[in-house]
Design a protein around this ligand. Structure first.
Ligand code: AMP
Length: 280
């Protein structure tokens, strides 16, 4: 496995692989890798000749009062995990390499990025689309893998790819969970045991909504009311949003069409901000 830090080296290597006819799969990450990330790398390895994993804590997707400074950074153990999951290349540039002094160009999707996460994190997706567009230009992958855990991110990136005529295929990977249902996240490490127990209610509320749909309930207001009720029973959990939206446009929907809608939840568990969603 090769580890590269310069844009020029990454572009040169990718160009060389492409000229040999290799299929390149890209898995963008911010590091602090867990089994959820590794499932994306393994999925990419099934389809690609060469899997490139990017590891970059992207400053432009963090708001001024968010956890950029305390976001975990552990490149050494990440590299071992990438190798064992089947990556051939890790691209781990510095912030100065990608955003040198005087950097001034951003990519912004202006519709799907506005609701849900966009309300409390108004500059987040601008940072995400900017870094992902840059990575697509540096690596020029045939496909890139993103997790359904970040459902709005997937929708925004698919829209960007379509609107800006990128030729990369976007592959969505299912959310990996601990056996008790908690979606794996780099932020889970900040939870105490008690907080973690309370955090389980996010998945329970989502599952309840899904089972209501399976028993014939399609009114989103009833699904939201039930989920809100369950979340409200937990003292440490403060809801940021509970929404039922079209999984492509992120627009709220009144009546669920199974397979086309998701319920998305964001909540604070004390000081830790968690998101999760389920396809209804
Ligand atoms: P991050 O490092 O948090 O930016 O995540 C990198 C990629 O891993 C994104 O596409 C995430 O959606 C995905 N991801 C994060 N957590 C999970 C999970 N529990 N299951 C599947 N994919 C995940």
């Amino acid at each position: 496995m090769q580890t590269l830090t310069s844009v020029f080296e990454m572009q040169t290597l990718a160009e060389d692989l492409r000229s040999k006819g290799q299929i390149i799969g890209l898995v963008p990450t911010m590091g602090a890798l867990h089994e959820g990330h590794l499932s994306l790398i393994r999925l990419a390895a099934e389809r690609a000749d060469t899997v490139v994993v990017s590891i970059f804590v992207n400053p432009t997707q963090f708001g001024p009062n968010e956890d950029f400074a305390r976001y975990p950074r552990e490149l050494g153990s990440d590299l071992d995990k990438c190798l064992s999951a089947g990556a051939a290349v890790v691209f781990a540039p510095s912030a100065d390499e990608l955003y040198p002094k005087g950097y001034s160009t951003y990519v912004q999707e202006e519709y799907i990025s506005k609701p849900l996460e966009g309300v409390s994190r108004p500059t987040h997706f601008r940072g995400v689309t900017t870094i992902v567009a840059k990575l697509f230009n540096i690596v020029r992958p045939d496909f890139a893998v993103f997790g359904q855990k970040d459902a709005q991110q997937v929708a925004v990136i698919k829209k960007m790819v379509n609107d800006l005529h990128f030729t990369v295929d976007i592959v969505t990977a299912p959310t990996l969970r601990d056996p008790d249902g908690l979606a794996l996240s780099s932020r889970n490490r900040h939870l105490t045991n008690t907080q973690r127990q309370e955090a389980l209610v996010l998945h329970r509320a989502l599952q309840k909504a899904k089972s209501m749909v399976e028993s014939g309930e399609c009114r989103s207001d009833r699904l939201i009311a039930e989920a809100t009720h369950l979340l409200g029973e937990h003292r440490r959990v403060r809801i940021i949003y509970t929404s039922v939206v079209d999984r492509c446009t992120m627009e709220p929907i009144r009546d669920v069409i199974p397979g086309k809608a998701i319920m998305a939840i964001a909540a604070w568990v004390d000081e830790v901000r968690l998101i999760d969603n389920i396809i209804l």
